[in-house]
Ligand binder design. Sequence first.
Ligand code: ZN
Length: 330
Amino acid sequence: MDLLRFTKNGIYCPKGDFYVDASGKVERNIITHAHSDHARPGHRSYLAHKSTVPLLRARLGKKIDVQSLIYGEEISINGVKVSLHPAGHIYGSSQIKVRSGGEVWVVSGDYKLEDDHLSVPFEPVKCNVFITECTFGLPVYNWPDQQKVYDQINKWWRENKDQGITSLLFGYSLGKSQRIIKNINHSIGVVFVHKTVGTMNEAIILDGGELPKTITINEKINSEDIKGNLIIAPPSITSGRIMQGLAPISMAMASGWIQTGKYYGRSKIDKGFILSDHADWDGLLHAINETRAEKVITMHGYTQELTRWLNEQGINSIEIGELMHQPFKL
Ligand SMILES: [Zn+2]
């Protein structure tokens, strides 16, 4: 049975008549997590984890029609059983388990294996077919111990502060920013956040998530108030008015791409920290192995490389692009 199909609108379950992380306009869309390349506007109804709902409302509008589930809770959609399981990627992120006719398929969404102390850690789900992301699906991606990275961030921030230098740390407004806020040493100084980060923090706190105190940058805050402290923001902040008067400033990026010298944005970076909310190469292989899946479908990232490697190891794998519009049966 082809429990899930791969269409131009995304992953589709014909029997249950629902999509996962769909694009375009669909009737029923199950969301793995609230990042904009997974949670898109314009769908008639949404289903997501309870902790993702406030983030979805903050990003897509308060009026969206959204049903929530907790991890492990199973519902039936047109006879197909659906449940959500922790992905450990960002707050509320979920793997989607789909069960029907004796088959289990799991859509991983984005995931990481480290416990970031804010999102519920990744839990492997046994399945017949595992649809995995592979953003960092090359052996060169091998994350350092995360506490060492937080120590590096603390050291950089402390040294800057001692010299009267403002520290500006770039990261995604949802996920990376909160992970850093949660794990750095707040005794060093005051943490300011860009308003897009502040909005996400508020949504997480509203849901009961525990985050240390930060100050959101708004019209009332001047550069003088911030100088010498730490700012956590997406790279777009560099075009904002607040940048004037912050000098001297040290700019840093926290990203998995730092490991290979690639990073997004055009800002000049003085310092890079290897910190990713995706699994590294070993993490991907470990997660795939734990699912005991008979077939692995790869998407997002180095699909060709990971698929080839898995097949060489005797694990039946195929890239999602090969399956567009074609039934895929066990
Ligand atoms: Zn994501």
